[in-house]
Design a protein around this ligand. Sequence first.
Ligand SMILES: [Zn+2]
Length: 75
Amino acid sequence: MPLYEYHCPTCNHKFDKLQSMNASGADCPNCEQPAKRIISVFAAVSGRESGDTGFSPLPPMGGGGCCGGGCGCGH
Ligand SMILES: [Zn+2]
């Protein structure tokens, strides 16, 4: 379930809320006025929600540098 971030334009309060993807919105817990959803990183990657931290970017190519043969620069 993605975590959404909200900002209340009425009292300028920010808060987070766990909601289902198709939730319509949230009210500010401070003043109970409708708050505006801020697009969050979590919403953008909502496919991951198991707490799996297996994300590991590939390390940069080491050793070869420009002339390692991989870049095709002609050196
Ligand atoms: Zn508010």
